[in-house]
Every structure is written in C-alpha cells, then in structure tokens.
Design a protein around this ligand. Structure first.
Ligand code: HPA
Length: 278
C-alpha cells in the first residue's frame, strides 16, 4: 500500500511505520510483537525452523511496503508464536527487504524495521547474504556482525539526530548467540550500495579499511532500529568469496544456492537462539 510521498520521500516515515504497525496488529490480532526477523537473500528457507506461522500476508498490503524486486525475496510478512524461556514470544518475520539499489530512496529500505519497533519489537534480527572479504571465510559460514562501515554516504536519520552507534550490534545478544554455537566468528560488515558487485580493487580497499564482509543491506535497517531503541543482531551468511578473492566471477544464483544449502543450519541457529533472548 502506498505511503504518502513528496518526490518519492515519505512525508511522515515514523507515522507511516506506526500506521503499518496498527494494520499488522489488526491483521494478526497481536497487539504487541516481541521481536522481528528480516530474512535476506537465501535466508527464506531458514524460517521453516520456526514452525507454522499464525498469520501470513503480502507486505505490499501494508502501508509503506513496496512489492519485492529481487528473486529470493518473497515480500511476505508472517507472525509466529515461539516458546521462550520466560513464556511465549511473538515474532514478526519479514521475508525479504527493499534495498538501496532499487533507487526508491532510503525510507522503504528501513520501513520494515521501523514498523517492527512500532509493533512492539524490542529486538530486531537482521540476516543477509554477503561476500567474504576475509580469505579464511568459507561459503556457507554464518558470521555475526560486530560492527559496520557504511560506504553508501546515506543515513535513514535526518536532522540533528546524533545517535550513538558504539553498541549498535548488541554485545549482549552476540554473547547469547555464541553460547548457542561457539564456532561462530564475528566480523565487520561493509555496506555497498550495489547493484553491481564490487571490483577486486574495491574489495582490497575494504579489507585495508578493516572490513571482513560485504553486502548491500542491513546497515540502514540496523541504524533505524537502534535509533528507535531496539536491540539489533546482524547475521551474515557468506554466500561467496568477495570479488578478486578467488578470481571466480560472482552471480546472484550462486548467492541463492549457498543460502538454500545453509538454510537448515541457519534455521536451527535461529530456533536455538530466539527463546534465550528474553
Ligand atoms: N558483494 C555484495 N553483496 C553481496 C555479495 C558480494 O560479494 N554476496 C552476496 N551479497
């Protein structure tokens, strides 16, 4: 459903997220969700581990959401009830996301996370597919995002909104995830606008800057969620070696295939971690 826009910019992004949250509450009968998951490229299969959703609908039926533009991004919203250590939890799951490279501006990119926080979510889990800059990473390996570098020269925040990002990717939650799987590594994710993959020279630059992972999402959503007070977990699935690392060319099919191959492991990880978060 279209948001009110002026020159493509949402007239009232936070108000639009509040309206979207109210529409989701009406759809699901759930006044407050506890946590949200955004499932990126190749992660959609992982969500099967969460069981059967109580509700599913197309995101574009909700105000501010655009139709999906990429294969591997289904554009559905689901609501789940999940058993937690301290009682049942309600999870809002976004299958797919809008990316900056779609050229629709940054507000549709962060609309799901803003909507999630307005729907009550205290924790936002952002998943993505990424290229491995660190040469020791293997395809199919999940890596926890410890920090990020933004190379897109854009932010979802406007105005004198000097938000601290020191603990953007919650240390508390990373510790919980590592207690579930102590083989997990942490890395620095660099946000690349895309839609081209990077050149080998750009990857070399990113490695020199201290980046381990590269992808085209997550960073604006993390900032938007954090600015509204949610705790953020970011998990990247390494779906390919970044450009120039092996000399192989990159393609989207390989990214999707690596995601499918890892879906069961990623699903089990999420299923194990979620009950421990609250
Ligand atoms: N670069 C940027 N985004 C990506 C990549 C990559 O190598 N793989 C999956 N998403």
């Amino acid at each position: 459903m279209s948001a009110q826009t002026v020159d493509g910019i949402y007239l009232d992004p936070i108000g639009t997220a509040e309206k979207a949250a109210a529409q989701i509450a009406l759809r699901t009968g759930v006044g407050q969700h506890d946590l949200a998951l955004v499932m990126g490229s190749g992660w959609v299969g992982a969500v099967d581990a969460l069981g059967t959703p109580t509700h599913e609908f197309s995101a574009e039926e909700i105000i501010g959401f655009l139709p999906p533009a990429v294969e591997g991004h289904s554009g559905k919203i689901r609501s789940y009830e999940i058993a937690g250590a301290n009682g049942p939890l309600r999870a809002l799951v976004f299958l797919g996301r809008t990316h900056l490279y779609e050229g629709k501006g940054i507000e549709p990119v962060v609309h799901s996370t803003r909507t999630a926080v307005k729907a009550g979510c205290k924790i936002v889990i952002l998943t993505n597919a990424c290229g491995g800059i660190k040469t020791e990473y293997k395809v199919g390996q999940p890596v926890l995002i410890r920090d990020h570098i933004s190379l897109t020269a854009t932010s979802p925040l406007i105005g004198a909104n000097f938000v601290d990002l020191t603990d953007l990717y919650s240390k508390r939650i990373r510790a919980i995830v590592k207690s579930e799987d102590n083989s997990l590594q942490e890395g620095v994710y660099v946000h690349w606008r895309g839609p081209t993959y990077e050149t080998p020279a750009e990857i070399k630059m990113m490695r020199t800057m201290g980046a381990d992972l590269v992808g085209m999402s997550t960073v604006p959503e993390a900032i938007a969620a954090h600015a509204l007070g949610a705790e953020v977990l970011g998990i990247s699935l390494v779906t390919n070696a970044a450009a120039g690392v092996t000399g192989e060319k990159l393609n989207h099919e390989e990214v999707i295939a690596a995601g499918k191959a890892a879906a069961q492991r990623m699903g089990a990880l999420l299923k194990g971690v979620i009950p421990k978060l609250f």
